[in-house]
Design a binder for this molecule. Structure first.
Ligand SMILES: [Zn+2]
Length: 296
């Protein structure tokens, strides 16, 4: 479905046999204005700015949503924020403030933005407690949709967000609670030695879920550009994210004990401290904790 005439409508394209969740994004749901206002989504993203890069249209579409950051956006290793003059805590406060200013443009108020508190780069070490925190929010907030990262080796915290979401979904199912639809937005990953943005990692098995593609209108592009500019501390990084269509699909059941793709992961190519093999060891431990003590 492509709508060009009314700027209030999302221009979405998807495959003919669309999944049920796609109706949340269809024109009729927006035309009457009721469903999109009533629908609450929970955006679970690793860092302040990820939600704007991957899902700015969805943010504006569901203004009664909450945005949950897995990390505070401030790594312990100062080389990641060497241009900032101040403490790690001050850098974390700056990143949260940037998010509040940016997300206000999408209609998300500051009370609806919170962090689970892991340090940037280190969230894989905190997965059981992060999952417990997310579950508490999910049980209280009961969103219709959860929108998070795919598991694709771009950033260890993005993969940890996918893992925390996956564990939480399993817990809710085990508790026989009504479970939100878990969706993934695009992030980034290694492809032919470079960083691929705006697209999902192709599935090596050849299967693929329906993808909802949202074409941004000129007004929506301008708003997204403004939102991105509010993340001034990330200005250089954000230059690597051209504004194009945004894509969503239903979250996969990943095997987090296996690498997301063959060859080096993007964060390994960057020479970051985390190695994929170590990340996967920690993920397996988190799943063991989930089986033994979570979701009691
Ligand atoms: Zn990120």
């Amino acid at each position: 479905m492509i709508r060009e005439s009314n700027p209030k409508l999302l221009r979405v394209t998807h495959q003919p046999h669309a999944r049920g969740w796609m109706h949340y994004f269809e024109a009729n749901a927006i035309t009457n204005g009721q469903e999109s206002l009533a629908t609450q989504a929970l955006f679970l993203v690793a860092h302040p700015d990820d939600e704007t890069i991957g899902a700015s249209a969805a943010l504006s579409h569901f203004p009664n949503s909450v945005v949950i950051y897995v990390t505070d956006g401030a790594p312990h290793d100062q080389r990641f924020w060497s241009s900032f003059r101040g403490s790690r805590e001050a850098y974390a406060r700056l990143r949260l403030q940037e998010a509040k200013t940016a997300l206000a443009l999408a209609g998300i108020t500051s009370q609806r933005i919170m962090s689970l508190g892991a340090a940037d780069q280190d969230s894989i070490y905190e997965v059981p407690i992060l999952a417990e925190k997310l579950l508490a929010i999910l049980r209280w907030f009961r969103p219709a949709l959860v929108i998070t990262h795919p598991y694709e080796g771009g950033h260890p915290d993005h993969d940890a967000a996918a893992l925390v979401a996956n564990i939480s979904r399993r817990c809710l199912q085990r508790e026989h609670r009504s479970t939100p639809v878990f969706l993934e937005m695009t992030s980034y990953h290694a492809r032919d030695g470079r960083c691929q943005t705006g697209e999902f990692l192709p599935d090596s098995t050849g299967t693929s879920e329906p993808i909802l593609t949202i074409e941004l209108s000129p007004e929506e592009k301008a708003k997204k550009q403004k939102m991105m500019e509010h993340f001034a501390s990330q200005g250089q990084v954000l230059q690597g994210f051209p504004i194009g269509p945004e894509r969503l699909r239903e979250a996969r059941e990943y095997d987090f004990a296996r690498p997301p793709h063959e060859g080096p992961l993007w964060y390994e190519l960057l020479g970051w401290p985390m190695r994929g093999e170590h990340w996967r060891e920690m993920a397996v431990q988190a799943f063991q904790a989930f089986g033994e003590s979570l979701c009691a």
